[in-house]
Unconditional design. Structure first.
Length: 287
Protein backbone atom coordinates (compact mmCIF):
# COMPACT_ATOMS: atom_id res chain seq x y z
CA UNK A 1 0.00 0.00 0.00
CA UNK A 2 1.28 3.42 -0.84
CA UNK A 3 1.03 6.22 1.68
CA UNK A 4 0.95 8.88 -1.05
CA UNK A 5 -2.56 10.31 -1.47
CA UNK A 6 -3.58 10.39 -5.14
CA UNK A 7 -6.85 12.29 -5.28
CA UNK A 8 -7.76 11.56 -8.89
CA UNK A 9 -10.49 9.20 -10.07
CA UNK A 10 -11.40 6.59 -7.44
CA UNK A 11 -9.49 3.33 -7.65
CA UNK A 12 -11.72 0.51 -8.90
CA UNK A 13 -11.21 -3.19 -8.37
CA UNK A 14 -13.33 -6.30 -8.41
CA UNK A 15 -14.41 -8.17 -5.30
CA UNK A 16 -12.21 -11.09 -6.40
CA UNK A 17 -9.21 -8.75 -6.71
CA UNK A 18 -9.94 -7.41 -3.21
CA UNK A 19 -10.03 -10.99 -1.86
CA UNK A 20 -6.61 -11.57 -3.41
CA UNK A 21 -5.25 -8.50 -1.58
CA UNK A 22 -6.82 -9.65 1.69
CA UNK A 23 -5.28 -13.10 1.35
CA UNK A 24 -1.84 -11.57 0.82
CA UNK A 25 -2.30 -9.28 3.83
CA UNK A 26 -3.40 -12.19 5.99
CA UNK A 27 -0.46 -14.32 4.94
CA UNK A 28 1.82 -11.53 6.20
CA UNK A 29 -0.23 -10.78 9.35
CA UNK A 30 -2.30 -13.83 10.37
CA UNK A 31 -4.07 -11.97 13.24
CA UNK A 32 -6.02 -10.05 10.60
CA UNK A 33 -8.02 -13.23 9.96
CA UNK A 34 -9.81 -12.76 13.29
CA UNK A 35 -10.86 -9.20 12.41
CA UNK A 36 -12.08 -10.36 9.00
CA UNK A 37 -14.18 -13.16 10.52
CA UNK A 38 -15.58 -10.81 13.18
CA UNK A 39 -16.65 -8.28 10.53
CA UNK A 40 -18.31 -11.07 8.51
CA UNK A 41 -20.01 -12.37 11.66
CA UNK A 42 -21.53 -8.96 12.48
CA UNK A 43 -22.69 -8.42 8.89
CA UNK A 44 -24.43 -11.80 9.30
CA UNK A 45 -26.02 -10.63 12.57
CA UNK A 46 -27.29 -7.49 10.82
CA UNK A 47 -28.72 -9.71 8.05
CA UNK A 48 -30.81 -11.46 10.73
CA UNK A 49 -32.24 -8.10 11.85
CA UNK A 50 -32.84 -6.66 8.39
CA UNK A 51 -32.63 -8.82 5.25
CA UNK A 52 -29.60 -7.47 3.40
CA UNK A 53 -30.12 -8.55 -0.24
CA UNK A 54 -30.77 -5.49 -2.38
CA UNK A 55 -30.35 -2.97 0.43
CA UNK A 56 -28.09 0.05 0.89
CA UNK A 57 -25.73 -0.05 3.87
CA UNK A 58 -23.49 2.50 5.57
CA UNK A 59 -20.62 1.32 7.81
CA UNK A 60 -19.24 4.05 10.09
CA UNK A 61 -15.57 3.67 11.04
CA UNK A 62 -15.38 0.88 8.49
CA UNK A 63 -12.70 -1.76 8.11
CA UNK A 64 -10.34 -0.02 5.70
CA UNK A 65 -9.20 -3.47 4.57
CA UNK A 66 -12.73 -4.00 3.25
CA UNK A 67 -13.76 -6.87 5.56
CA UNK A 68 -17.34 -5.70 6.18
CA UNK A 69 -17.55 -4.58 2.54
CA UNK A 70 -16.64 -8.12 1.45
CA UNK A 71 -19.21 -9.64 3.84
CA UNK A 72 -21.91 -7.19 2.75
CA UNK A 73 -21.45 -7.76 -0.99
CA UNK A 74 -21.37 -11.53 -0.40
CA UNK A 75 -24.74 -11.23 1.32
CA UNK A 76 -26.29 -9.34 -1.60
CA UNK A 77 -26.07 -5.73 -0.39
CA UNK A 78 -26.64 -3.57 -3.49
CA UNK A 79 -24.61 -0.59 -2.25
CA UNK A 80 -22.18 -0.67 0.66
CA UNK A 81 -20.56 2.60 1.75
CA UNK A 82 -17.78 2.33 4.34
CA UNK A 83 -16.46 5.60 5.74
CA UNK A 84 -13.36 6.04 7.86
CA UNK A 85 -10.63 8.50 8.81
CA UNK A 86 -7.94 6.13 7.54
CA UNK A 87 -8.87 5.36 3.94
CA UNK A 88 -6.21 7.64 2.48
CA UNK A 89 -3.52 6.27 4.81
CA UNK A 90 -4.35 2.69 3.83
CA UNK A 91 -5.14 3.02 0.14
CA UNK A 92 -3.36 6.20 -0.86
CA UNK A 93 -6.67 7.49 -2.23
CA UNK A 94 -9.72 9.00 -0.59
CA UNK A 95 -12.18 6.72 -2.34
CA UNK A 96 -11.97 3.10 -3.47
CA UNK A 97 -14.71 1.26 -5.35
CA UNK A 98 -15.14 -2.50 -5.34
CA UNK A 99 -17.45 -4.06 -7.89
CA UNK A 100 -19.24 -7.27 -7.01
CA UNK A 101 -21.50 -9.61 -8.95
CA UNK A 102 -24.88 -8.42 -10.32
CA UNK A 103 -23.91 -4.72 -10.24
CA UNK A 104 -23.31 -4.70 -6.48
CA UNK A 105 -21.00 -1.89 -5.42
CA UNK A 106 -18.86 -1.35 -2.35
CA UNK A 107 -17.09 1.90 -1.63
CA UNK A 108 -14.57 2.94 1.02
CA UNK A 109 -14.35 6.69 1.54
CA UNK A 110 -12.38 9.08 3.69
CA UNK A 111 -15.01 10.81 5.83
CA UNK A 112 -15.72 11.94 9.38
CA UNK A 113 -18.61 10.04 11.00
CA UNK A 114 -19.59 13.28 12.75
CA UNK A 115 -20.23 14.99 9.43
CA UNK A 116 -21.52 12.61 6.81
CA UNK A 117 -21.49 13.66 3.19
CA UNK A 118 -24.73 11.80 2.33
CA UNK A 119 -28.27 13.11 1.82
CA UNK A 120 -30.99 12.49 4.39
CA UNK A 121 -32.56 9.01 4.41
CA UNK A 122 -30.04 7.43 2.00
CA UNK A 123 -29.53 4.05 3.69
CA UNK A 124 -31.66 1.04 4.65
CA UNK A 125 -29.30 -0.09 7.40
CA UNK A 126 -26.19 0.98 9.28
CA UNK A 127 -23.30 -0.87 10.86
CA UNK A 128 -20.60 0.34 13.22
CA UNK A 129 -18.07 -2.11 14.67
CA UNK A 130 -15.51 -1.24 17.35
CA UNK A 131 -15.89 2.51 16.90
CA UNK A 132 -17.89 4.03 19.77
CA UNK A 133 -14.88 3.61 22.05
CA UNK A 134 -13.07 5.89 19.56
CA UNK A 135 -15.68 8.48 18.52
CA UNK A 136 -15.10 11.64 20.56
CA UNK A 137 -18.60 12.99 20.06
CA UNK A 138 -20.94 9.98 19.99
CA UNK A 139 -23.95 12.32 20.13
CA UNK A 140 -22.92 13.97 16.85
CA UNK A 141 -22.32 10.59 15.20
CA UNK A 142 -25.70 9.28 16.38
CA UNK A 143 -27.45 12.39 15.07
CA UNK A 144 -25.80 11.88 11.67
CA UNK A 145 -26.67 8.17 11.69
CA UNK A 146 -30.31 9.03 12.36
CA UNK A 147 -30.35 11.62 9.59
CA UNK A 148 -29.00 9.34 6.84
CA UNK A 149 -31.07 6.27 7.81
CA UNK A 150 -34.44 5.73 6.15
CA UNK A 151 -37.52 5.47 8.39
CA UNK A 152 -37.93 1.79 9.29
CA UNK A 153 -34.16 1.22 9.08
CA UNK A 154 -31.92 -0.31 11.73
CA UNK A 155 -28.38 0.24 12.97
CA UNK A 156 -26.25 -2.50 14.51
CA UNK A 157 -23.54 -1.16 16.83
CA UNK A 158 -20.99 -3.24 18.72
CA UNK A 159 -17.90 -1.97 20.48
CA UNK A 160 -15.25 -2.59 23.14
CA UNK A 161 -13.22 -1.88 25.22
CA UNK A 162 -15.03 0.85 27.12
CA UNK A 163 -12.68 3.10 29.13
CA UNK A 164 -14.07 1.82 32.45
CA UNK A 165 -13.36 -1.88 31.82
CA UNK A 166 -10.20 -3.63 33.04
CA UNK A 167 -8.30 -2.92 29.80
CA UNK A 168 -10.11 0.28 28.80
CA UNK A 169 -6.70 1.93 28.27
CA UNK A 170 -6.74 0.08 24.94
CA UNK A 171 -3.01 -0.71 25.10
CA UNK A 172 -3.65 -4.19 23.69
CA UNK A 173 -3.09 -2.51 20.31
CA UNK A 174 0.59 -2.53 21.29
CA UNK A 175 0.91 -6.21 22.20
CA UNK A 176 2.55 -7.51 25.36
CA UNK A 177 3.10 -4.13 27.01
CA UNK A 178 -0.62 -4.15 27.82
CA UNK A 179 0.11 -6.97 30.33
CA UNK A 180 2.30 -4.59 32.35
CA UNK A 181 -0.72 -2.45 33.26
CA UNK A 182 -2.62 -3.77 36.27
CA UNK A 183 -6.34 -4.20 35.47
CA UNK A 184 -8.34 -0.96 35.89
CA UNK A 185 -5.22 0.91 37.13
CA UNK A 186 -5.66 3.57 34.39
CA UNK A 187 -8.83 4.60 36.29
CA UNK A 188 -7.08 5.43 39.55
CA UNK A 189 -3.35 5.99 38.85
CA UNK A 190 -2.22 9.44 37.81
CA UNK A 191 0.05 9.59 34.78
CA UNK A 192 3.14 9.92 37.00
CA UNK A 193 2.06 7.01 39.19
CA UNK A 194 1.49 4.89 36.08
CA UNK A 195 4.93 5.89 34.83
CA UNK A 196 6.45 4.59 38.07
CA UNK A 197 4.47 1.32 37.88
CA UNK A 198 5.48 0.66 34.27
CA UNK A 199 9.10 1.77 34.69
CA UNK A 200 9.83 -0.89 37.30
CA UNK A 201 8.99 -3.71 34.86
CA UNK A 202 11.06 -4.87 31.86
CA UNK A 203 9.74 -3.20 28.70
CA UNK A 204 8.84 -5.78 25.99
CA UNK A 205 11.56 -5.76 23.31
CA UNK A 206 9.05 -5.74 20.44
CA UNK A 207 6.77 -3.03 21.88
CA UNK A 208 5.97 -0.53 19.10
CA UNK A 209 5.91 2.41 21.55
CA UNK A 210 8.15 3.46 24.43
CA UNK A 211 7.02 4.38 27.94
CA UNK A 212 6.26 8.00 27.00
CA UNK A 213 4.29 6.79 23.99
CA UNK A 214 2.22 4.41 26.13
CA UNK A 215 1.43 7.16 28.67
CA UNK A 216 0.55 9.62 25.93
CA UNK A 217 -1.81 7.07 24.33
CA UNK A 218 -3.47 6.24 27.64
CA UNK A 219 -3.91 9.69 29.17
CA UNK A 220 -3.89 12.20 26.30
CA UNK A 221 -4.00 10.75 22.78
CA UNK A 222 -7.09 11.11 20.59
CA UNK A 223 -7.06 7.42 19.58
CA UNK A 224 -9.63 6.60 22.31
CA UNK A 225 -12.45 8.61 23.84
CA UNK A 226 -12.28 7.88 27.64
CA UNK A 227 -16.08 8.01 28.03
CA UNK A 228 -17.20 5.84 30.92
CA UNK A 229 -19.92 3.25 30.51
CA UNK A 230 -22.66 5.44 31.98
CA UNK A 231 -21.89 8.32 29.70
CA UNK A 232 -21.84 6.04 26.65
CA UNK A 233 -25.20 4.50 27.58
CA UNK A 234 -26.63 7.98 28.06
CA UNK A 235 -25.53 8.99 24.54
CA UNK A 236 -27.57 6.13 23.09
CA UNK A 237 -30.53 6.65 25.40
CA UNK A 238 -30.70 10.35 24.55
CA UNK A 239 -30.28 9.82 20.81
CA UNK A 240 -33.32 10.07 18.52
CA UNK A 241 -33.23 6.29 17.95
CA UNK A 242 -35.46 3.68 19.54
CA UNK A 243 -33.30 1.05 21.21
CA UNK A 244 -34.40 -2.49 20.32
CA UNK A 245 -31.66 -3.92 22.51
CA UNK A 246 -28.71 -2.71 24.53
CA UNK A 247 -26.66 -5.72 25.69
CA UNK A 248 -23.62 -5.45 27.91
CA UNK A 249 -20.67 -7.54 26.70
CA UNK A 250 -19.14 -9.09 29.83
CA UNK A 251 -15.42 -8.90 30.48
CA UNK A 252 -13.85 -12.26 29.71
CA UNK A 253 -11.33 -11.70 32.50
CA UNK A 254 -10.35 -14.56 34.84
CA UNK A 255 -12.98 -15.16 37.57
CA UNK A 256 -10.77 -13.85 40.38
CA UNK A 257 -11.00 -10.44 38.75
CA UNK A 258 -14.64 -10.25 39.85
CA UNK A 259 -13.39 -9.95 43.44
CA UNK A 260 -11.11 -7.08 42.40
CA UNK A 261 -14.06 -5.39 40.65
CA UNK A 262 -16.16 -5.81 43.81
CA UNK A 263 -13.44 -4.09 45.84
CA UNK A 264 -12.93 -1.31 43.26
CA UNK A 265 -16.68 -0.66 43.25
CA UNK A 266 -16.18 0.57 46.85
CA UNK A 267 -13.52 3.11 45.89
CA UNK A 268 -14.51 4.12 42.35
CA UNK A 269 -17.82 5.65 41.23
CA UNK A 270 -18.85 2.51 39.28
CA UNK A 271 -20.62 -0.70 40.18
CA UNK A 272 -18.79 -4.02 39.85
CA UNK A 273 -21.13 -4.87 36.98
CA UNK A 274 -20.15 -1.67 35.17
CA UNK A 275 -16.46 -2.36 35.72
CA UNK A 276 -16.91 -5.88 34.37
CA UNK A 277 -18.64 -4.68 31.18
CA UNK A 278 -16.10 -4.55 28.39
CA UNK A 279 -18.43 -3.32 25.66
CA UNK A 280 -21.96 -2.89 24.37
CA UNK A 281 -24.00 -4.33 21.54
CA UNK A 282 -27.03 -2.34 20.40
CA UNK A 283 -29.73 -2.52 17.79
CA UNK A 284 -31.13 0.95 17.07
CA UNK A 285 -34.25 1.64 15.04
CA UNK A 286 -35.64 4.70 13.25
CA UNK A 287 -39.45 4.55 13.26
C1 LIG B 1 -10.91 -0.20 15.89
S1 LIG B 1 -11.15 0.45 14.29
C2 LIG B 1 -12.52 -0.53 13.74
C3 LIG B 1 -12.54 -0.71 12.23
C4 LIG B 1 -13.60 -1.67 11.69
N1 LIG B 1 -14.96 -1.23 12.01
C5 LIG B 1 -13.38 -3.06 12.16
O1 LIG B 1 -14.14 -3.53 13.03
O2 LIG B 1 -12.45 -3.71 11.70
C6 LIG B 1 -11.90 2.04 14.59
C7 LIG B 1 -11.96 2.90 13.35
O3 LIG B 1 -12.74 4.07 13.60
C8 LIG B 1 -12.19 5.11 12.82
N2 LIG B 1 -12.69 6.40 13.33
C9 LIG B 1 -12.56 6.88 14.59
N3 LIG B 1 -13.20 8.07 14.69
C10 LIG B 1 -13.75 8.32 13.47
C11 LIG B 1 -14.55 9.36 12.95
N4 LIG B 1 -14.94 10.41 13.70
N5 LIG B 1 -14.94 9.29 11.66
C12 LIG B 1 -14.57 8.25 10.89
N6 LIG B 1 -13.82 7.22 11.33
C13 LIG B 1 -13.42 7.26 12.60
C14 LIG B 1 -10.69 4.91 12.92
O4 LIG B 1 -10.03 5.53 11.84
C15 LIG B 1 -10.60 3.38 12.88
O5 LIG B 1 -10.38 2.89 11.57
Amino acid sequence: MTSQPIRSAPRRLTLDALRGLLQDEEAAAPHLGGLRSFNHFLVGELDKCRALPGCTMLDLGASIHGYALEGALDRGVALYEGIDFDVVRHWGEDSVEITGPDGRLGRLRQMNAEQLDFPNASFDCLLSISTFEHFHHPDRVLAEMFRVLRPGGVALVSFEPIWTCSYGHHLHHFGALSDLVPPWSHLFLSEEQMRAVLARQPWPADAPVDLDGALQWTYHGDGINRHDIRRLKTYFEQSPFEIDWLCPLPDEAPPERAAVAAYLARVLPYTAEELLTRGLSLLLRKR
